[in-house]
Design a protein around this ligand. Structure first.
Ligand code: RIB
Ligand code: CA
Length: 301
């Protein structure tokens, strides 16, 4: 059993990742923190509360703490063209759940310090909240079991520019701070996430059964394929980060020091220096097993 805090910017693939975590018997969710990125912080938080209420019920006791509405410098660019209106494409009923009183960074520090077992942070959006938490409580580096990051493009092109993946590009300064912190980081980049996807041809029942997660997961995918005529594969980016937290051996990783370019055309480019360091870079994935895990956790549960 892994106790986790999920930092997220839902976002359609974030939604699938949250479904997996909520349905997994191997994961205890200590809390969810929201960040801008795919959507504005307001939409990201609305979607997180709405997803939690829809999937875990109106009585859900999982805290949602609100984080950064902008990166350490500048502003988020958002990706509504990818994820659809409101950041999810589909509209959930307005949530009645309310956010926690602490900020995301305060919440991460508070729960990490007070946890009997070492928490894992699963970062599915720009790393702004994680960098803020590391900056405000230096003991966090030793208090965490792991930070699993969906982000980066190490030996493949980026998805925002030829050099950079979205989460890192949105806040390269925060990414540098997290990768340089010395905390144990596993970074799940496009090198592996682009090898796991749901194909248009396999719908409309990508997920089996009538559970809330299966039905909503199918609605989200159907909406994306309907909205984007040229989309043939929905990449399981954030879901693969959750899969890696549940079954770490699904990935093959290499230890490295990772730096991030912050300016110019190559802003957000992740540069690994293999051979040692606190960052485990995912260089291979058992793609069939990862997709099976995504499907099984969202179907029927
Ligand atoms: O590049 C993909 C990542 O950026 C995913 O986390 C997606 O949700 C967006 O946040
Ligand atoms: Ca995300």
């Amino acid at each position: 059993m892994r106790t986790v805090i999920i930092d997220t910017d839902p976002g359609t693939d974030d939604a699938l990742a949250l479904m997996m975590a909520l349905n997994s018997a191997d994961m205890l969710i200590e809390g969810i923190t929201t960040v801008g990125g795919n959507a504005t912080l307001s939409d990201s938080t609305y979607n997180t509360l709405g997803l939690l209420e829809h999937l875990d019920g109106k009585q859900s006791v999982i805290p949602v703490a609100v984080g950064a509405d902008r990166p350490l410098r500048g502003s988020f660019t958002n990706a509504y063209h990818v994820h659809g209106s409101g950041g999810l494409g589909v509209r959930l009923p307005a949530p009645t759940l309310e956010p926690h009183g602490m900020s995301a960074a305060e919440f991460i520090c508070d729960r990490a310090a007070g946890s009997a077992d070492r928490l894992t942070v699963i970062a599915l959006g720009p790393l702004t909240n994680i960098a803020a938490a590391l900056d405000s409580c230096p003991d966090l580096v030793d208090a965490l079991a792991e930070i699993v990051v969906m982000g980066g493009a190490f030996d493949v092109p980026g998805n925002v520019t030829p050099h950079a993946e979205f989460n890192i590009h949105e806040d390269p300064w925060a990414a540098n701070a997290v990768f340089a912190s010395g905390a144990p980081v596993t970074v799940v980049g496009l090198d592996v996430t682009h090898r796991t996807s749901m194909h248009r041809r396999d719908g409309p029942e990508w997920f089996e059964g009538a559970s809330n997660s299966a039905v909503l997961g199918n609605r989200i995918l159907a909406d994306r394929f309907r909205a984007c005529d040229d989309l043939q594969e929905f990449y399981l980016q954030d879901p693969q980060a959750v899969a890696a937290a549940i079954a770490p051996d699904v990935l093959t990783c290499r230890p490295a020091r990772v730096s991030v370019l912050t300016d110019g055309d190559e802003r957000g480019r992740t540069l690994p220096e293999y051979g040692g360091g606190s960052v485990n870079v995912a260089v291979d994935v058992d793609a069939d097993r990862a997709v099976r895990l995504v499907r099984s956790l969202i179907s029927n549960s």
